[in-house]
Design a protein around this ligand. Structure first.
Ligand code: PHE
Length: 335
């Protein structure tokens, strides 16, 4: 019996040591310690031993039971640790995979062009000013030498908010707001939204302008022309084709418009070239200075109003202004 216990011990410890999985350890636990296991049957047979051998045998069998149980527990714990490490290894992120990049937005093409234009005028010493989009008729028209019965007032196709209050039809009212607060010399650019009852391929009911105003002693039309030509060359390059055309504005005299040769590419790939008016300009009318409280004998100045949308269209060969406001990401992504 003693020998039997010794053999069982050797065999069991060897098998426990060789076990290669937690499943195998579970099998061994059943095989040796289970209800029908080897130790159990030995313990049962102890009762058949002689009375003098019985205590020692019982003790030895119980000790073996404890020893095997400890050995099995120890191995089971080892496998548990290994398996947990294995799971962790499987679930670890693979840092060699290329990342998934969320789509990033960028500035709208109108904003990009606005910033470019302002940069060019900033270099020349112009400051940025702003004014309200909901404007009084006084600032939008009267102060700019455009009285109620003036024909130019109909041409603007104004959105009225209430009597005497309009959505500004141009950024020119900010000329007056700036002059009321500042003594000459003045050099400002004014970016902003303007509104007119108008809609086709080159007109949108809301669009963007940048106003320019420079007032000092001895400012001439040559300064206006030189400044604008410098600006156009900076923005479009020296090869751009442009032309000044005489025009009329109530708030400038003389006045002109500037056209640029615009080649556009339609979605079907076809191209088309024509002159596009991108700004109005002129020498500030003495009547405007009078409203501003400026001495029109002493000061002269020039002003201009750029159409940002149209400049963006010429710049990027866009065939219709509506693309700028539809917010089709496939279109906007190109800039
Ligand atoms: N305000 C004019 C327009 O919107 C443009 C302009 C501005 C003309 C300044 C002359 C001087 O059409």
């Amino acid at each position: 019996m003693k020998l039997q216990l010794e053999e069982l011990r050797t065999k069991a410890l060897a098998e426990i040591a060789e076990a290669d999985s937690s499943q195998r350890i579970e099998e061994l636990r059943i095989q040796f310690l289970g209800r029908k296991g080897a130790i159990t049957s030995i313990l049962r047979s102890v009762s058949q031993a002689s009375a003098e051998d019985r205590p020692a045998l019982g003790k030895a069998a119980n000790l073996l039971k404890v020893e095997l149980n400890d050995a099995i527990e120890a191995r089971a714990a080892e496998f548990k640790v290994q398996e947990r490490a294995g799971t962790a290894r499987r679930d670890r992120p693979d840092i060699s995979l290329p990342g998934r990049r969320p789509p990033t937005g960028h500035l709208h093409v109108i904003t990009q062009v606005t910033e470019e234009i302002i940069d060019i005028f900033s270099e020349l010493g112009f400051q940025v000013a702003t004014g309200p989009e909901v404007e009084t008729e006084y600032y939008n028209f009267d102060s700019l030498n455009t009285p109620a019965d003036h024909p130019a007032r109909d041409l603007h196709d104004t959105f009225f908010v209430k009597p005497g209050v309009v959505l500004r039809t141009h950024t020119s009212p900010v000329q007056m707001r700036v002059m009321e607060k500042t003594k000459p010399p003045v050099a400002v650019v004014v970016p902003g939204k303007v509104y007119r009852v108008d809609a086709d391929a080159t007109h949108s009911p809301m669009f963007f302008q940048i106003e320019g105003l420079l007032v000092d002693e001895g400012v001439s039309f040559a300064d206006l022309k030189g400044t604008l030509m410098h600006f156009i060359h900076r923005l479009f390059g020296k090869d751009v084709q442009m032309r000044f055309r005489p025009h009329f504005f109530p708030f400038t005299e003389p006045s002109a418009e500037l056209d640029i040769l615009w080649t556009s590419t339609a979605p079907d790939g076809s191209t088309q070239s024509r002159w596009m008016e991108i700004l109005g300009c002129g020498m500030v009318h003495p009547a405007v200075f009078k409203h501003a409280g400026y001495d029109y004998e002493k000061y002269t100045g020039f002003a201009f109003g750029l159409g940002v949308d149209r400049i963006a269209m010429v710049r990027h060969r866009i065939s219709s202004i509506t693309y700028l406001y539809e917010n089709d990401v496939r279109f906007l992504e190109q800039f």
